[in-house]
Ligand binder design. Sequence first.
Ligand SMILES: Nc1nc2c(ncn2[C@@H]2O[C@H](COP(=O)(O)OP(=O)(O)OP(=O)(O)O)[C@@H](O)[C@H]2O)c(=O)[nH]1
Ligand SMILES: [Zn+2]
Length: 386
Amino acid sequence: MHQVERAIFDLRRGLPVLIIAGESRVLVQAIEGAAEAAASRLGELAGTSPALVLTRHRLAILGQGDAGQGDAGQGSAKEAARLPLPDGLASGRLAALAFGAAPAATLGEAALSECRLALEPAESADLAALALMRRALLIPSALVARVAESRRASVAAAVTDGTLLAVEAEQAARCLDGAGGMLRRVSDARIPLADAFECRFILFREPDGLREHVAVVIGDPALDAPGVPVPLRLHSACLTGDLFGSLRCDCGEQLRTAVAEIDAVGGGVLLYLAQEGRGIGLANKLRAYTLQDSGLDTLDADQILGFGEDERRYGVAVDMLDALGIRRVQLMTNNPLKMAALAEGGIEVVERQALYGTLNDHNHRYLSAKAERAGHLLDEVFRARR
Ligand SMILES: Nc1nc2c(ncn2[C@@H]2O[C@H](COP(=O)(O)OP(=O)(O)OP(=O)(O)O)[C@@H](O)[C@H]2O)c(=O)[nH]1
Ligand SMILES: [Zn+2]
């Protein structure tokens, strides 16, 4: 599996990697930051014309609901499609296609409709490439080029001499699944907090070494007492809100309120999860904020970038609870997906407790979109404002 982690680092540095899917060999590179000549260089290396792989979320933005279904009718085609690139497409236009806010205005409706006609079903290497981009917290789109027969030997030589990394598509595609039960407890320390004096921070590391999550044990909860539900907050990281008190969201306030309330009831646990920006990463969240400044809501902005409504997965949270011996919880959240994810992981959610921040002019639209479009239980917040 360690080839996959190495590939993620190479992709983040803007280098190509080779994906092996059965007999097929595909060179892949991140679209994000791709220099002017990146696509043609990749094509030269592979000996074939490059293509762009796009997620179904992005395809919908390009006006393609049924992406690349073609004659293949594969399940994969629904998730993503491959767009063969016209020769000499400048990088600005590549970016416009992959994650631009107004592709029709930038490229022209005629060019866009040609693109739609050219779409092909995504193959397993393409889907693997998208999984790698997501895990790497890059824009979920990839430049890809199938390696021609005539280039197989030179590409294989680059793999052998270590200048090019090769990964199996099947392994790469699984990089988002996590590795259940493999989370490592690494270190811990006592940290008195302003809102809760008795706290212990326990750091967990994912087996691929890419993400770390912290369990904050507050007070002295009876973690493994059978039947007693533990007060629990699952908190997704938000650098801007948690650390700087950004007014664009309510995260910082929720974080501090959760710590204080858990302490007030005698103790419990807060899991601080490395899921910045609902799992899309800080770089993409900042991009999404800029898109929101031009009028989009939080969900539409993520979709422009090629992401779904919520990219978070909660397997690591379940693993941390298992490691702490917690089976029944009283969950502080307004998000039904968190409750469902815990239940699916075998954790009994005995009760839900709402957790609100303050509504202001900057976070109003964000919170309404969560309530109206993502099913968050925020009625009280808006009722209080009326
Ligand atoms: N993509 C994106 N992420 C955002 C935006 N605003 C806040 N976030 C992220 O959304 C997540 C919010 O986390 P939480 O407060 O734990 O989760 P929640 O889904 O709001 O659910 P509860 O707070 O438990 O009700 C954090 O990862 C933030 O970084 C935004 O506009 N776009
Ligand atoms: Zn936030």
